[in-house]
Design a protein around this ligand. Structure first.
Ligand code: HBI
Ligand code: FE
Length: 294
């Protein structure tokens, strides 16, 4: 199967999926890997100010809720003053785990996205949301990508998991397992929780960069489920893109993610084809909820 996609095809597909709305970024000045220059000097003072406000809002929420690895890396990154210079953090990140940051115009095709991850490059969108999107944004912007995703890439085991995910993505494209594998990204990298001696903590970037979900996802008595991560179960589970998650999968360690993605998924994709997908708010008979209902 030819999994390559022309830029025109990609832009047309995205426009279709978003009911005709065009992609927000500038796709006119990129290279073959969708990489652009950050052009830091072009950000306005109002944008730096909006970044500071987003940063401060999250910082007030994260102690006791975000995992230690995230909070510690974030403190060292020193990105409270305004939209960060990608190059500076990229060098620090490379020294720590061999990852770099590449600037991209916004959403990029899956093949390109996976190829970056497989080569230990994390694509970060260059543009910042508008003030009226302070609480909610549909597409990933620089605040979500940089603040949410980059800190955990300083953790060696998580960093290795992300590379393996990229390699798995390239393989899933060949095997017809993309929908299944995307659920794993969603429920781990974007909305994952981790068990720690101090209690359940957040490591998923979609939660860590969100104004409301940081508190919501750790509140007992909501309609959302908290269950231990089982990879096959996760691959079957549908997710919500326009509301808080109805299931949070909890891991015990980043090693669990890395080890869980070591096996060849070919037979798993095969097996799942004959099984039903599970609605986002499913609780199976043998599953235990980790956060008690009120
Ligand atoms: N592009 N910039 C960007 N950021 C993403 O998170 C992203 C993407 N393209 C594809 C993609 N994610 C997904 O297909 C994920 O399922 C992995
Ligand atoms: Fe993300």
């Amino acid at each position: 199967m030819d999994t390559s996609v022309s830029n025109e095809d990609f832009l047309a597909t995205v426009a279709e999926k978003s009911n005709g709305a065009a992609l927000r970024g500038d796709y006119a000045h990129m290279d073959a890997h969708y990489v652009v220059q950050q052009d830091w000097a072009a950000y306005t003072e109002a944008e730096h100010d909006l970044w500071r406000k987003l940063y401060q809002r999250q910082m007030a929420l994260l102690p006791g809720r975000a995992c230690d690895e995230f909070i510690e890396a974030l403190a060292k990154m020193d990105i409270s003053a305004g939209i960060p210079v990608f190059e500076k953090t990229s060098k620090e990140l490379f020294a720590a785990t061999g990852w770099t940051i590449v600037a991209v115009p916004g959403l990029i095709p899956e093949l390109t996205f996976f190829d970056h991850l497989a080569n230990r490059r994390f694509p970060v969108t260059v543009w910042l949301r508008k003030p009226e999107e302070f609480n909610y944004i549909v597409e990933p912007d620089v605040f979500h990508d940089f603040f949410g995703h980059v800190p955990l890439l300083f953790n060696p085991v998580f960093a290795d998991y992300m590379q393996r995910y990229g390699q798995g993505g390239l393989k899933a494209m060949r095997l017809g397992g993309l929908d299944e594998l995307a659920r794993l990204y969603w429920y781990t990298v974007e909305f994952g929780l981790i068990n720690t001696p101090a209690g359940i903590r957040i490591y998923g970037a979609g939660i860590l960069s969100s104004g409301g979900e940081v508190e919501y996802c750790l509140t007992p008595g909501t309609k959302s489920r908290h269950i231990r991560l089982d990879i096959e179960r996760c691959l079957r589970t549908l997710y919500k893109i326009d509301s808080y998650q109805e299931t949070y999968f909890v891991i015990d360690s980043y090693q669990q993610l890395f080890d869980g993605t070591a096996p060849d998924f070919t037979p798993i994709y095969q097996k799942l084809k004959s099984m039903d997908v599970l609605p986002a708010n499913t609780l199976l008979a043998d599953e235990i909820e980790l956060l008690p209902a009120l």
